[in-house]
Design a binder for this molecule. Structure first.
Ligand code: ADP
Ligand code: MG
Length: 234
């Protein structure tokens, strides 16, 4: 579904991604793990067109997308749920959700999509009129995910959704991600919570200092000495 080929991405003269390759199959949960500063968010921002790579290519469903502006990439079916949620905090929950449906492909269906989002996250229906900033961290993450779904994506790329949440809510976020896959949405998930991630994902890549250090099926990676020492503290 998505193929990232030999991407190099810079911030000014500083190189953040080095020859990064990544493949995602339709229907899977793919995970990207790595320490702080490894380049995970940079890779997601490169896929969603927020920053452009200086070389390499990205294809989505057979079409080149590197170089396209972010809104065109959303139109093609990729939704980016950003690190730190990035809500419109002085707008209501419902307005935040509607902002996710601005693309012309989905605007007409927004009422129907909204009902689907409310089914997945019933708490958002209860809180529809509340300002986003008055919600708890967990509820705000649900708004960010719901907003991402309003563009009716084929691929959702999700950056550290469980960051800063209490353990019970972390479990809930992971459950919601699994239900997205059940609805046929392909997922690329970034997480610091490595064990939990490798347990729900099919395939994972490990990014270290801007380079892919390791990749494989999650059951294999859970057995790898490097993963156990460096990421699971075993
Ligand atoms: N806007 C930016 N300008 C300059 N350097 C940046 C910027 N964003 C990230 N970086 C640098 O790029 C590297 C990768 O960062 P990032 O992709 O945010 O890592 P991660 O998401 O894995 O924590 C880090 O060294 C970081 O300091
Ligand atoms: Mg990050």
């Amino acid at each position: 579904m998505l193929e990232v080929n030999n991407i190099n991405t810079f911030y000014g003269r500083i190189q953040a991604l080095w020859d990064v390759c990544l493949k995602i199959e339709e229907g899977e949960i793919a995970a990207l793990i790595g320490a702080n500063g490894a380049g995970k968010s940079t890779l997601l921002n490169t896929i969603s067109g927020v920053i452009h790579p200086t070389s390499g290519s990205i294809t989505f469903l057979g079409q080149r997308i590197d170089g396209l502006p972010p809104h065109s990439i959303v139109e093609l079916g990729i939704s980016h749920i950003p690190e730190g949620r990035k809500l419109f905090t002085d707008m209501s929950v419902r307005e935040n959700l509607e902002m996710g449906a601005y693309s012309s492909r989905v605007w007409k269906q927004k009422q129907e999509t909204l009902e689907q989002v409310y089914q997945l996250f019933p708490v958002l229906k209860e809180r529809a009129k509340q300002l986003a900033r008055t919600l708890s961290g967990g509820e705000q993450q649900m708004v960010a995910m719901g907003r991402g779904l309003m563009s009716r994506p084929k691929l959702c790329i999700i950056d550290e959704p469980s960051n800063g949440l209490a353990p019970k809510l972390v479990t809930e976020v992971f459950e919601k991600i699994k239900s997205l896959r059940e609805q046929g949405i392909t997922i690329l998930l970034i997480e610091q919570n490595v064990r939990h991630t490798l347990e729900i994902a099919d395939h994972a890549c490990v990014l270290e200092n801007g380079r892919i250090a390791l990749e494989g099926d999650c059951d294999e990676l859970l057995k790898s000495d490097h993963i156990r020492k460096a990421y699971l503290g075993l």
